[in-house]
Design a protein around this ligand. Structure first.
Ligand code: ATP
Ligand code: MG
Length: 256
């Protein structure tokens, strides 16, 4: 059965999608069967996997509103060697359409049940909000991976996310746990980042992943080629860090 994780942080532009796409590709290079679920109407993880969001016949939107199964909507990322349940701006409508629907927070969980046995990992890329879409991600998941930049205000935004996770854990998904915080876009030359990183280590202990993802321009360039950074330039520091992160995830899962 697949381990299901969502990559979440309601703050925008913190590296959720980059983490999701590169972890998917990193795990695929380690021979894991991976499904990436793009739960963001921006469709960045879809595009970054080399799938054109403007040409989708079926997407996660149809799956959530009950017009398609996951198997019908899934596509292959040839570049990344993983499967993608893609998304585009149509998904923004789901938020409204699901308002009066039964089990509306559990639509994704119910849909993924049919394919859980086909994958080792299912990774869900959440939008930058604590919306019904993110709730669907949290309800479908065993654990949350939180990417964060080591900036002064990073911890402030975390409180809302952690409270939401606690609420979902108590009311909707007893399996939900925080797997870990991942330091991303890290620049060791900046003293402040080093200080915040040390604070995170003191505060979160073993909930902080050992791997640190550096700021690396190759990771930022890769999406414009429709490729995960891990594939676009496997030798780059960013790619190597995400591959190491994939290994760390597998080790953690063995230990769990
Ligand atoms: P959103 O909240 O809009 O969904 P996000 O949290 O998914 O954003 P990304 O899209 O992954 O964030 O990253 C934001 C920007 O930072 C992108 O342009 C991405 O290419 C760039 N970026 C992400 N990680 C790195 C890194 N380690 N080094 C350099 N650039 C990075
Ligand atoms: Mg994103």
């Amino acid at each position: 059965m697949a381990r299901i994780f969502c990559i979440a942080n309601q703050k925008g532009g913190v590296g959720k999608t980059t983490t999701c796409v590169n972890l998917a590709a990193g795990l695929a290079t380690l021979d894991q069967r991976v499904l990436l679920v793009d739960l963001d109407p921006q469709g960045n993880a879809t595009m970054g996997s080399g799938i054109d969001k403007r040409e989708l016949k079926q997407s996660v939107y149809q799956v959530l509103v009950g017009l398609a199964t996951v198997r019908q909507a899934v596509q292959r990322s040839e570049a990344g060697k993983y499967d993608v349940l893609p998304s585009n701006r149509e998904l923004a409508g789901a938020e409204v359409e699901l308002v009066d629907v039964d089990r509306r927070e559990l639509r994704l969980k119910d849909a993924l049940a049919a394919v859980e046995a086909d994958y080792d990992y299912i990774l869900i890329d959440c939008p930058p909000s604590l919306s019904l879409l993110t709730l669907n991600g949290l309800c479908a998941t065993h654990g949350v991976i939180i990417p964060m930049q080591c900036e002064y205000f990073a911890l402030e935004g975390l409180t809302d996310l952690v409270n939401t996770i606690k609420r979902v854990h108590a009311n909707l998904n007893p399996k939900l746990a925080i797997i870990g915080l991942l330091r991303v876009m890290f620049d060791p030359r900046m003293t402040l980042q080093q200080q915040v990183s040390d604070q995170l280590a003191a505060h979160f202990g073993d909930k902080l992943f050992n791997t640190i993802i550096p700021r690396n321009v190759r990771l930022a360039e890769a999406p414009s080629y429709g490729m995960p950074g891990v594939v676009y330039d496997a030798a780059s520091k960013g790619a190597q860090a995400y591959t190491a992160f994939g290994r760390e995830m597998i080790e953690r899962m063995k230990a769990a």
